[in-house]
Design a protein around this ligand. Structure first.
Ligand SMILES: [Mn+2]
Length: 408
């Protein structure tokens, strides 16, 4: 069975204050071409479809266009889970209409989908988070775990049947069980529903694999408030389609992949290629994984110059270039509003970063901070430093963390 895996579209996302909708439209057109050429029977979209819980009508319109273009009027199954950026209810608002087109949208973890006809195929059996599909007389099982938080995971973990009769749930201290182990157990339970069926089994989730964004060490890392899951805790299935990390990643031992985002969304993402994954699952853990490289519709570039005049010159020279520009200017004076106006005649300049001579060490590293690699507190401190040039006081940090708590 052929499956296309993609994620992290972040429709509506901007770079600084500029819209990316034209690039996002180009991606959808590319996706339509890939789908026509490869003809997958299933498309998995592993979360962060939108950039924001209340997407603009433009972004939402593009999502609906995309669905129309790739669903082949219900002959192909499309399965979608919300990521941490999506408003799950909003995303799933069209689910009854989507069903007619063979599109299955999860709103929450452990949701039981109705059995029956979806587009031109059947959901034959349904479990909490899992569906057994029959597409052109071929069967496949897909377990979906949308982005979720620890309390939902804890509750479900305590509900795991096998766990209950081994021990009194009241005696189980969740503190002693790593988050990663809990997620692993839940995913295993998710696929154990069909343990005895000799069909391909797939997992789709929006989560953070420990070490996936770079250094590989296994200290408790948090990304966007979500804890990490160790690769070793994931169950053995035919394929695991992941979303959350914007860099394509392939963990061959577990047949687990991040497809990554289709577009460079941050300046730190301009170092690797963008992809979607085409997967052929044959069952019995025989899986063929192919990476399809996407075109870079408008690359992000950093230019560094040694004075303001050079900055103005280079921005004018690059005016016709199809690229987003971060312009670092080493200078011994502040930029005047006239300087900024001159530079901004090039509409592709998304940010001017003045670096006052003598203060280079304090400021020049800002661009290389990849917030996704920091826990939320350190990310806040780095961000504060980049905005104000000084470390925030403990009081400010505490206040920020308190606000975060209230938001949950
Ligand atoms: Mn995410």
């Amino acid at each position: 069975m052929k499956i296309l895996h993609t994620s992290d579209w972040h429709l509506g996302k901007k770079l600084e204050s500029v819209k990316r909708i034209e690039e996002q439209k180009k991606f959808i057109d590319t996706l339509e071409n890939i789908v026509e050429n490869e003809n997958p029977q299933i498309i998995l979209v592993a979360g962060d479809i939108f950039d924001n819980p209340n997407p603009s009508s433009e972004a939402e319109g593009l999502f609906f266009d995309a669905m129309k273009k790739i669903s082949n009027f219900g002959k192909r199954a499309i399965i979608i889970i919300p990521g941490n950026h999506d408003g799950a209810e909003r995303l799933a608002a069209s689910k009854n209409l989507a069903r007619e087109f063979g599109i299955i949208i999860y709103e929450k973890p452990f949701e039981i989908k109705e059995v029956g006809k979806y587009g031109e195929f059947q959901v034959v059996k349904s479990f909490e988070g899992g569906i057994l599909l029959n597409i052109d007389n071929e069967e496949i099982y897909i377990y979906s775990l949308p982005y979720t938080n620890e309390s939902v995971i804890d509750e479900e973990y305590l509900n795991i049947e096998t766990f209950k009769y081994k021990k009194n749930p009241d005696e189980i201290s969740l503190e002693n069980v790593e988050y990663s182990k809990k997620v692993g157990a839940i995913l295993k339970k998710g696929v154990d529903f069909v343990e005895n069926l000799n069909i391909p089994k797939i997992i789709m989730s929006h989560l953070f694999i420990a070490g996936s964004s770079g250094d590989g060490d296994e200290k408790p890392i948090e990304l966007g408030g979500s804890k990490a899951v160790n690769l070793g805790d994931l169950p053995e299935v035919d394929y695991i389609a992941l979303g959350h990390i914007h860099k394509p990643m392939k963990y061959t031992t577990k047949r687990a992949c991040y497809s990554g985002s289709p577009i460079e969304y941050r300046v730190t993402e301009n170092k690797y290629l963008k992809k979607v994954f085409m997967v052929d699952v044959k069952g019995k853990l025989q899986t063929d994984i192919q990476e399809i490289q996407l075109e870079n519709y408008k690359p992000i570039k950093i230019y560094e110059v040694s004075n303001i005049e050079e900055g103005i010159n280079i921005s004018q020279k690059l005016i016709e270039k199809n690229q987003w520009i971060y312009l670092k200017i080493h200078t011994d004076r502040y930029l005047s509003s006239k300087d900024i106006r001159e530079i901004n005649k090039n509409k592709n300049v998304v940010e001017i970063i003045p670096i006052l001579k003598g203060k280079e060490n304090e400021n020049s590293e800002n661009l290389s901070v990849d917030y996704s690699e920091l826990n939320i507190k350190d990310a806040f401190v780095e961000f504060y430093k980049s905005e104000d040039g000084i470390e925030p006081s403990n009081e400010v940090v505490d206040l920020f963390l308190k606000l975060l708590e209230e938001d949950r």
